[in-house]
Design a protein around this ligand. Structure first.
Ligand SMILES: C[S@@+](CC[C@H](N)C(=O)[O-])C[C@H]1O[C@@H](n2cnc3c(N)ncnc32)[C@H](O)[C@@H]1O
Length: 311
């Protein structure tokens, strides 16, 4: 009897959560209905604890009639934690295993999906500059959260984080002094204008917006962990369709393609660092079957590019 009552209570909260997400979708167009249940529940409970809403049902009413309250809920649901050179070993792997391929293209398109406040975007832009690719790269940085994207565009970060970021930069294989890439302003730093002006920031929602064409590399790190399995697959398909043949996909350290229905449409490049590659041929192929050397200028290494890189 008690067990049944408990189950009914859990179900009621589940219903309230679904109604809240439906209300947000219908009123504002943001679709959180396929985000991971535990993430959504945690964030809703966080908002309940700090707002004057006693129940989720009352949150629904406030979300519908108070756009400022909705903005707060939106910020709760989009976790924006990020750092410069997060996971430095990934940066080393990109330098060593991906850059030699990218270097063979005359023009390189990079997409950071879910870029938050931009630290990852600046970190990789610096890496690509140091690898001599700066004049060939166009970087696109997107997020669905407008105020957060505005911060990314400004490229201003607290001075107190710079010591850690400098250590990360060197761990990541940085070749210069990290101070070369920013200007100090009182208790903040602003990223170098020459770096900022090669990045195109724009609003893009991975759930509802379409393909971002012919990318050579896509970074989508620490975003898929907030989605349920179906939504992860939908977004991975979006990346598959947005990559050029031979393009790379980099996920976060806790994310993987292993359980995706599109796993066999990618070749693992470095499983530890979660780097994958779209095959050059249209058919799914296994790692052993990969390529038939293609013409140069298409992301494939020739004997001379390999030699040149390590010389
Ligand atoms: C934890 S941050 C990751 C930032 C950075 N990629 C990193 O790994 O450091 C997750 C970002 O994904 C964004 N995000 C969540 N859902 C999204 C969606 N549907 N479309 C685009 N961005 C989304 C959030 O706004 C947030 O800025």
């Amino acid at each position: 009897m008690t067990g049944n009552r408990e189950r009914r209570e859990i179900d009621s909260e589940g219903i309230e959560v679904r109604l809240l997400l439906e209300a947000i979708f219908l009123k504002y167009g943001y679709d959180f209905r396929e985000y991971s249940h535990s993430h959504i529940q945690r964030r809703i409970h966080h908002r309940l604890a700090i707002s004057e809403c006693p129940t989720i049902s009352e949150m629904i009413h406030r979300v519908l009639y108070d756009p400022c309250f909705f903005e707060e809920v939106l910020q709760d649901l989009s976790i924006n934690v990020t750092h410069m050179y997060r996971d430095p070993s990934l940066y080393r792997a990109v330098r060593e295993e991906v850059v030699p391929h990218l270097s063979t293209y005359p023009f390189i398109k990079v997409w950071h999906a879910g870029c938050a406040t931009g630290e990852e975007v600046y970190s990789f832009s610096i890496l690509f500059r140091e690898e001599g690719l700066k004049d060939r790269i166009q970087t696109y940085a997107t997020d669905f959260n407008a105020p957060i994207l505005e911060q990314a565009m400004q490229g201003i970060y607290p001075m107190e984080r710079i010591r850690q970021y400098t250590a990360n930069y060197h761990d990541a294989g940085g070749r210069n002094s990290f101070a070369d890439y920013y200007t100090a302003m009182y208790d903040s730093v602003v990223m170098d204008t020459a770096i900022r002006k090669r990045i195109l920031f724009s609003i893009h929602n991975l759930v509802s917006d379409s393909v971002f064409g012919e990318m050579h590399i896509i970074f989508c790190r620490n975003v898929l962990i907030y989605f349920n399995r179906e939504l992860q697959d939908k977004v991975i398909k979006l990346f598959l369709d947005s990559l050029c043949p031979g393009g790379f996909l980099c996920l976060g350290s806790k994310e993987s393609l292993a359980f995706s229905r599109y796993a066999d449409r990618f070749i693992p490049v470095n499983e530890t660092e979660k780097i994958y590659r779209k095959p050059r041929s249209k058919m799914p192929i296994s790692r052993e079957e990969e390529p038939v050397p293609p013409p140069n200028g298409t992301g494939e290494l020739t004997h001379s590019t390999v030699k040149g890189k390590h010389a």
